[in-house]
Design a protein around this ligand. Structure first.
Ligand code: HXC
Length: 258
């Protein structure tokens, strides 16, 4: 089906998904998010894809949920329809997603980036949670994932003022972002990292993602048990045999994603 709000392309085993609603700085209307969920799910189920890069335009990754679309909604319809509950679907994707953020990542845009596994930023990127200025609060992780990324004081400052934003450099220093690149090479750099990951064993890559995400949901001892059990399980894969044999034989491993 034709996509209205996204551009997609593949480079080898990497899929690139570009938010494309230029007239509204990629404001995340419901339809855009439904398309995004579908595309991500399709790539997740596509055996030829090993990692996904999610990006926007140079001016905006996304300026948030679509304010004009939601402004007249009421609580009961929000509740009964679980308004924006479908945003969490992207966190169920098993393959790694790298967010390549140029320009504004505000409100739901910042939250969308934080649902990804790695965030790279262009040097002009701006991260913030301005919801409080609209009389509402972050609704998709701004008061939860952001705390875990940058700590309490910064998260409080960002969410309580709505106007203290993080520059790319500040976001990197705070740990929200792992690297900053000049805006024009950002997507290529994200694709390079995605390629590196996509050429490793996919099931093992998925176990790493699963295990790291488990650390956010469990006490340490349960997380360590989960990790050790998965580590043990890797020995049931062909790729563990290949990876270790290749090391012993001083050659490059040829993973078969099995
Ligand atoms: C709808 C938006 C929008 C948004 C921008 N636009 N952000 N439309 N929802 N979130 C539209 C503008 O209305 C305008 O359309 C066009 O995009 C260009 O934006 P400008 O404001 O003219 O650009 P600029 O002056 O450069 O300012 C950029 C900006 C500003 C600082 C990013 O657009 C802005 O403050 N946007 C809102 C940011 C925000 O509050 N986000 C949080 C949303 S709430 P027209 O038609 O006028 O040209 C949220 C809740 C998440 O995200 C909950 C998740 C569950």
């Amino acid at each position: 089906p034709k996509l209205e709000y996204l551009l997609t392309e593949t480079r080898g085993r990497v899929a690139i998904v570009t938010l494309h609603r230029p007239k509204a700085l990629n404001a995340l209307c419901s339809e855009l998010f439904y398309e995004l969920n579908q595309v991500m799910k399709d790539y997740d189920n596509n055996k030829d894809i090993g990692a996904i890069v999610l990006t926007g335009s140079e001016r905006a990754f996304a300026a948030g949920a679509d304010i004009k679309q939601m402004k007249d909604r009421h609580f009961i319809e929000n509740y009964t329809e679980d308004f924006l509950g479908h945003w969490t679907q992207i966190t169920k994707v098993r393959k790694p997603i790298i967010a390549a953020v140029n320009g504004f990542a505000l409100g739901g845009g910042c939250e969308l980036a934080m649902m990804c596994d790695i965030i790279y930023a262009g040097d002009k990127a701006v991260f913030g949670q301005p919801e409080i200025k609209l009389g509402t609060i972050p609704g998709a992780g701004g008061t939860q994932r952001l705390v875990k990324a940058v700590g309490k004081s910064k998260a409080m400052e960002i969410c309580l003022t709505g106007s203290v934003n993080l520059s790319a450099e500040e976001a990197e220093r705070a740990g929200l972002v792992s690297r900053v690149f000049p805006a024009d090479v950002l997507v290529d750099e994200a694709v390079k990292t995605a390629e590196k990951i996509a050429n490793l064993s996919l099931p093992i890559v998925e176990m790493v993602k699963d295990s790291i995400n488990t650390s956010f949901e469990t006490p340490l001892s349960a997380g360590l048990n989960f990790e050790r059990r998965l580590f043990q399980a890797t020995f049931a894969s062909q790729d563990q045999k290949e990876g270790m044999a290749a090391f012993a034989e001083k050659r490059k491993a040829n993973f078969v994603h099995n």
